[in-house]
Design a protein around this ligand. Structure first.
Ligand SMILES: [Zn+2]
Length: 171
């Protein structure tokens, strides 16, 4: 479906997370998946009391650079068209390409913040990029109360700079 889109590795993960339920306040499955991918690629990973996940990747080539935190949120807005049968707790989102857009059949797509998630997952996997130490912060419940961000403890984040990947503006 999305295999012709570039960068391929980002869209591979985007398609993968479309299959995983992640409505606000129900992030257990997506958190599990992220932790699995992190472990698979040798990152250290932990989860805090409110369900936020953090993973850290060692520097590659820029060992003395300050740690950069890339932030995104795991949850999405779950809405569907009235004429569609869809159970967000188990049915996959069905993405498709329509001209210049990626859309979903009958439901919200979850590109907010699915594309941020997909980029982080891709970065966790990529081996040949040169970078300083990276930290990936995946928060819960951005869309319905920001409880993930509010519940976040300062000690949980080690990064010196934070880039939020949840934005509607592309500069
Ligand atoms: Zn968002």
């Amino acid at each position: 479906m999305l295999e012709d889109l570039e960068p391929k590795i980002v869209w591979k993960y985007f398609e993968e997370i479309c299959k995983i339920p992640r409505c606000s306040k129900h992030e257990e499955k997506i958190a599990e998946y992220i932790m699995e991918v992190a472990k698979q690629h040798g990152l250290e990973v932990e989860k805090d009391d409110v369900g936020n996940v953090i993973a850290r990747k060692k520097a590659n080539g820029y060992d003395n650079a300050p740690m950069v935190t890339l932030q995104c949120h795991m949850d999405m807005v779950c809405e569907k068209n009235k004429d569609v049968e869809h159970d967000f707790s188990k049915d996959p989102i069905q993405p498709y390409v329509d001209g210049e857009w990626v859309k979903a059949k009958g439901t919200t797509l979850g590109a907010d913040n699915g594309i941020g998630l997909a980029m982080c997952l891709a970065l966790m996997e990529i081996k040949d990029a040169k970078h300083g130490p990276l930290e990936f912060l995946f928060t819960v419940d951005e869309e319905t109360g920001l409880t993930g961000a509010f519940g976040l403890k300062k000690e949980f984040i080690k990064g010196k700079l934070l880039i939020n990947l949840d934005s509607e503006d592309l500069a």
